[in-house]
Each structure stands twice: as C-alpha cells, then as structure tokens.
Design a protein around this ligand. Structure first.
Ligand SMILES: Nc1ncnc2c1ncn2[C@@H]1O[C@H](COP(=O)(O)OP(=O)(O)O)[C@@H](O)[C@H]1O
Ligand SMILES: [Mg+2]
Length: 385
C-alpha cells in the first residue's frame, strides 16, 4: 500500500458525552491498528442539550436550526481531530482520511423507506482539518435492506476473532451491542453475528440527569444503592424489541425517557428513583447476558468495551449473570476499551479508501457486502506548501 497509512476515527455515540478522536496507523496489510494519539472533547456548551432535543419525537425543529447544528457538530468534530493529529505529532498531509461517524439524530432502519441520519458536516471537517473525510457510513448498508447497525462488528472480527476461541465482544455505549465471534469467524467473515441488545448506559444517564442533575451514574453507585423492582423490570423486559430475532438495531429515539415513563405509568405506583436506576442497570445487564445465552451458547469469554466498562456495578451484574464464563474488558486483548469504537471508524475509512466492504451482512441483514461511506476530498494544498 502506498501513501500515508494513518487514519483518524471520530465517534460520538448516542450518549453525546464526547467525541472520541483517535489517530491510528495500520502498518502494511494489517487490520490491527497502532494507536498513535487519542483525544476526547466534550460538546461545546449547550450543544449536547440541543442534540438530545433533536431526537425528541415531540419537538419541532426548524431547518435553520437543523442546518446550524449540522455545521456546529462538524466544527466540534474537526477541532477534536486537529487536537488528536497534533498530539500524534502529525500534519494533515500525513493523514490518509478521517472516518467521521457523525452524530446520530435519528436511526430508523425499520421505517419505510428506512434511513439513518447522522449530522456533522463532512465538508466542514475537511476544510477545518485539511484532510479527506469519509462520512455517512450507515446508509449504503440500509440501501441493501440492512439495519445499517451495528457497524462495529466487522471491526470486532478483524481485531478479536480467534480460531481457537469462542468470544463475544460487548460494546456498552448509550445503546449496547454484541458481536458473536465463534472460532470460524476468524477465517469466514460471514460467520459473525451481532446486534443491538437494547439500552446500554443511555437510560441510566437520562434517569440520573432527571433526578440528580448528573450526566452519568459514576461507578454505578446510585444503581447499587437501590433495589431492583421486579415488577418494573418485567414490564421493561416485555418490550417486543428484546424478543425480536436479529438483525435488529435501535437508538435513543426509541429507548428514551418517554419509553420508560410509559412503562412506569402502567405500574400504578412510583418506584423510588434509586430503585428505578437499579432496575435500569439490571435491564442492561440481563438483556446483554440473555443475548449471549440465546445466540452465543458456546461462548467462552465476554470482552467488554465502551463507556459502560467504567460502571463497576453494571460490570459486576453482567459478570454475575454470565457466570461461569469470565467477563473481561478488551484491555485483556491489548486494546483499550474506551477507544474501540473510534478506532472502528478509522478502520472503516481505510476500508473505504481501499475499496473494501465495511458491513457484515450476517449482522445487519443487508443483501450483500457494501463499501461504506461518502468521500469528501481534502482541500488542495496551497501552492508552496
Ligand atoms: N465512571 C463512569 N461510571 C459510570 N458510567 C460511566 C463512567 N464513565 C463513562 N460512563 C458511561 O459511558 C457513557 C459513554 O460511553 P460511550 O462508549 O462513549 O458511549 P457512546 O458511544 O454512546 O458515546 C457515558 O454516557 C456514561 O454513561
Ligand atoms: Mg461517547
């Protein structure tokens, strides 16, 4: 392969906690990146609330506001990319491409026609960084009848599949997803399966924000202080989503506070906020463990990644439910769990540049492989530079 082999991955998930930027080098033909630098940037003041409001079904947003938010996200992402590139000691000319997931504001794989909408103006990122940008990764898969999600599974295979092991990778962001990696997935990309299991941290974040004004439940301490409300848990687990066969994917526009409030209302009593938090934590843990039991019966080890690994109580509950199978983080496989998803978008940008597919039809249900993402060229270098 000629030309630069460094890529930037930019990811802000449904939590809208931060955009994670990673600079990764792929040496030669290896799919395994070396992380050169990372940078995480919280959204500028007020932007998180505006973005969360965009995914609120009851709110009307003007096209003017929509267009401005698209650009504001592009500026936020570009400054994170620039910081990461500088930390790596590189310049734009040494970056082959930036893979920018964008900020999902609506994911509707089951709408007619289906779509997934991410904002974060890629031309703005290209202009502000001087790098080529790949964006809009999900819609090529959706156009082939796929869910367009989860996209991280093909990368999980490239990193974690082992012919001698039967593994599951579990990514716990706002939404949680699993990638089933039986031994034969190492040689056969079609052997992987994966899907969104449902809420990850997102409902817990929203609940603690409402009741205590915190962005997240640090360490899961508040959840741990409550008692699981079995009746509420049964109401939550009754949702059709958990019983649907994969392929399936979901988002915050479905598993949001509205969803929770409707189910609490059917109880006819109000659980204490701490008990509700304990119940939401249990919901995430149970739906992950059940998904592994049902679809990955031979699983030997679960490897966790995403911000949920910092919720100690959640991890303890997953470990208890998955026992006797060990639950580790991807750090045990040599990759920091906080950066896997951003790395996936660096990898997907490289797949795009090399003309290789990025989806996994066994995961998304697409009718075939697809090269993912739209290409936005880097601005031409000024004369003399
Ligand atoms: N110390 C912590 N304790 C509990 N939860 C945490 C902690 N740190 C991060 N998280 C959770 O991780 C989330 C961010 O995870 P991330 O993988 O970035 O999700 P997303 O892909 O949705 O952005 C936060 O919103 C929070 O819920
Ligand atoms: Mg995040």
């Amino acid at each position: 392969m000629s030309g630069p082999d460094c890529y930037v991955g930019l990811m802000s998930g449904t939590s809208v906690d931060a955009v994670d930027a990673v600079v990764a080098r792929f040496a030669g033909t290896s799919d395994r990146p070396e992380m050169l630098a990372t940078h995480s940037a919280a959204p500028p003041q007020g932007l998180r609330e505006q973005l969360l409001a965009l995914s609120d079904a009851d709110r009307r947003v003007s096209l003017l506001e929509f267009g401005r938010l698209d650009q504001a996200v592009g500026q936020w992402f570009a400054s994170a990319a620039n910081a990461a590139i500088a930390k790596a000691g590189l310049t734009a000319s040494q970056i082959a491409a930036i893979g920018s997931h964008g900020q999902t504001i609506w994911h509707a794989p089951d709408a007619e026609p289906a779509f997934s909408l991410q904002i974060g103006a890629a031309p703005r990122i290209a202009a502000d960084t001087g790098c080529a940008v790949v964006s809009d990764f999900r819609n090529a898969d959706i156009a082939l009848g796929g869910q367009g999600a989860p996209l991280v599974c093909a990368f999980h295979r490239a990193l974690f599949a082992d012919p001698d092991a039967n593994r599951v990778a579990v990514n716990i962001g706002g939404i949680a997803n699993i990638t089933l990696l039986p031994g034969d997935a190492h040689a056969d990309p079609t052997a992987i399966r994966g899907f969104d299991t449902g809420p990850g941290n997102g409902l817990m974040d929203a609940w603690i924000q409402r009741h205590r004004g915190h962005s997240h439940d640090a360490g899961g301490a508040w959840a741990a202080s409550g008692r699981v409300d079995d009746e509420l848990l049964a109401h939550l687990l009754g949702d059709d989503y958990f019983h649907r066969e994969p392929p399936k994917s979901t988002g915050r526009e479905y598993f949001g506070l509205d969803w929770l409030d409707r189910r609490v209302a059917t109880l006819g009593r109000t659980p204490t906020p701490a008990d509700a938090q304990a119940t939401l934590c249990e919901l995430t843990a149970i739906t992950i463990a059940d998904a592994v039991d049902r679809f990955g019966p031979g699983t030997e080890t679960l490897y966790l990644c995403g911000g949920g690994v910092h919720n100690r109580y959640l991890v303890a509950r997953i470990a208890a439910l998955a026992a006797p199978r060990p639950v580790e983080t991807t750090a045990h496989l040599g990759l920091d769990p906080d950066w896997i998803e951003a790395l996936a978008f660096a990898w997907l940008a490289r797949q795009r540049l090399l003309g290789r597919p990025g989806n996994a039809p066994g995961v998304t249900g697409a009718s075939g492989l697809a090269v993912l993402g739209g290409w936005h060229a880097a601005p031409p270098a000024a004369p003399g530079t």
